[in-house]
Design a protein around this ligand. Structure first.
Ligand SMILES: Nc1ncnc2c1ncn2[C@@H]1O[C@H](COP(=O)(O)OP(=O)(O)OP(=O)(O)O)[C@@H](O)[C@H]1O
Ligand SMILES: CC(=O)N[C@@H]1[C@@H](O)[C@@H](O)[C@@H](CO)O[C@@H]1O
Length: 457
């Protein structure tokens, strides 16, 4: 499956017909011609395994129905024309062979350009055709449901299809994980992997280096409910995300040095575990023994590693974290190793299916949230309040999902409590904050949807 290319379909589901038809009409009125094909890539909700993909550890997401759809027609003038049905995203035009991705100003078109550049550079496409594109997105933006990667993956899929090429889902997922970094965020590969490799009705355990996927059947009798705290956080517009990536890298390097390994080779906390050849619980003990809980200053890290600040900038930092002076190594590494263990435990409960499976999964989700909020510090007051409200109204487990600092929580709710849960969360979170008009798009039950595809009418 993952070794097949994304499917090309000629019949679409009745649910999508109206949306694709409206998008086709918008395309027609903008470009005065009809689109030749549509590409679709879904967003995702990560059930468990937060901020560990870029450390080399497996995660457990599902694709959601919300997606990015792009209507496309090839042109013969070497120009990329981008338009969006949402007016807040301005039109954009550039030469397909000569453009720049602006990391300082992560405007929406830069995400499309990441997908385009990825296909061109990483897969040696020398003469890409021009394209007219009309984009329609339904993934809430900057809310932890991976709107940016859905756009990058969809742009890559458009470019591949428009140029008559074909690569497998796995190749595309790997390539898109690399190319989203052109915008500056040093993400892992979770979002792009699930966007291409998702299967309806299945969660996926995604492992990395090399990219692998395993189906995970979620237990019956429970639903996953998404609730958006309505605080937006754009990952590329601040250094918070990359600071976490760098703290994990520094933790692996400091630990490697203390254990007598060549620390410069160490990029991920999982690499250190491989070197030490011990289990995850033991890695938590290694962190306890070797690192201190108070923050590390840059000077102290340089001292431990025996390098100058200039050298450290090249071995360990990213352009947008050069200014950071203090790093929390103990807390970040403890989160990563314990979260990796929770993902393994979650997968095992799904396989073994004990009678109290839902309770056990809920406990793991709650543990994940405590770790994200306290050790990884990637929540925010509104998300903390929302998670507490979700638990109060019947969630067996509730946690932030995606990068955090805002955005969504995912809750595990028994099927017979879902109606009560939705009403309780609406009354307790959305109405008192004047967010009633947003409830329909912000609070919903989700199921695992399908992966990216091309539709030729
Ligand atoms: N429908 C859309 N049309 C155009 N651009 C979009 C659309 N949806 C999202 N984007 C772009 O993606 C950006 C959001 O990306 P960001 O990485 O901050 O969040 P995310 O991917 O939604 O969240 P996370 O990675 O935490 O799951 C928006 O600021 C916008 O530039
Ligand atoms: C594209 C991108 O950077 N995605 C990252 C994803 O890889 C993962 O690290 C997640 C937190 O678990 O935060 C973002 O969504």
């Amino acid at each position: 499956m993952a070794d097949d290319p994304p499917p090309i379909i000629t019949e679409i589901d009745a649910n999508y017909k109206e949306r694709f038809s409206q998008l086709g009409k918008k395309f027609q009125s903008k470009y005065d011609c009809e689109p030749v094909f549509f590409a679709r890539a879904p967003g995702r909700v990560n059930i468990i395994g937060e901020h560990i993909d870029y450390c080399g550890y497996g995660v457990l997401p599902i694709a959601i129905d919300q997606d990015i759809v792009i209507a496309v027609r090839q042109t013969d003038d070497d120009t990329l024309y981008l338009s969006n049905i949402d007016d807040k995203y301005s039109d954009y035009k550039c030469n397909v062979k000569d453009f720049e991705i602006n990391k300082d100003q992560p405007d929406w078109h830069n995400y499309f350009l990441c997908g385009l550049k990825g296909i061109m550079e990483l897969l040696s496409l020398e003469n890409p055709v021009g394209m007219q594109c009309m984009v329609d997105g339904s993934v809430p933006s900057s809310a932890g449901l991976s709107s940016s990667s859905a756009l990058v993956c969809c742009a890559a899929l458009c470019t591949m299809q428009a140029n008559g090429k074909s690569w497998t889902k796995k190749e595309l997922a790997d390539m898109c994980a690399q190319c989203e970094r052109y915008i500056g965020t040093i993400g892992g590969g979770m979002d792009q992997a699930i966007s291409f490799m998702a299967q309806p009705g299945m969660a996926k355990k995604i492992d990395f280096n090399p990219l692998r996927q395993t189906n995970v059947a979620l237990p019956d009798g429970v639903s996953f409910v998404i609730s958006n705290c309505c605080v937006e956080k754009n990952k590329a517009a601040s250094s918070d995300f990359n600071t976490r990536v760098v703290e994990c890298r520094l933790a692996s390097q400091v630990l490697a040095k203390m254990k007598g390994f060549e620390w410069r080779e160490m990029k991920r906390l999982a690499d250190l575990q491989t070197k030490l050849n011990v289990g995850l619980q033991e890695m938590e003990n290694v962190v306890k023994e070797c690192l201190h809980e108070s923050q590390y200053t840059k000077a102290e890290i340089c001292d431990v590693l025996g390098v100058t600040a200039d050298i450290l900038a090249t071995t360990s930092l990213s352009p947008n974290t050069l200014h950071v002076e203090n790093f929390c190594l103990y807390q970040r590494a403890t989160h990563v190793y314990s979260e990796a263990r929770r993902v393994e435990d979650f997968q095992n409960v799904c396989i073994e299916r004990p009678t109290d499976a839902a309770i056990k999964l809920g406990e793991l989700m709650n543990g994940s949230f405590e770790s994200c909020s306290k050790l990884y510090e990637c929540s925010c007051p509104e998300l903390d309040q929302l998670v507490a409200i979700c638990r109060k109204h019947g969630a067996i487990g509730s946690r932030l999902t995606g990068a955090g600092w805002g955005g969504c929580a995912v809750s595990l709710v028994p099927n017979d409590k879902v109606t009560e849960f939705l009403d309780g969360v609406k009354q307790s979170y959305y109405i008192p904050r004047g967010l009633e008009s947003k409830v329909n798009n912000a609070l919903f039950v989700t199921k695992s949807g399908g992966g990216a595809a091309v539709y030729i009418p």
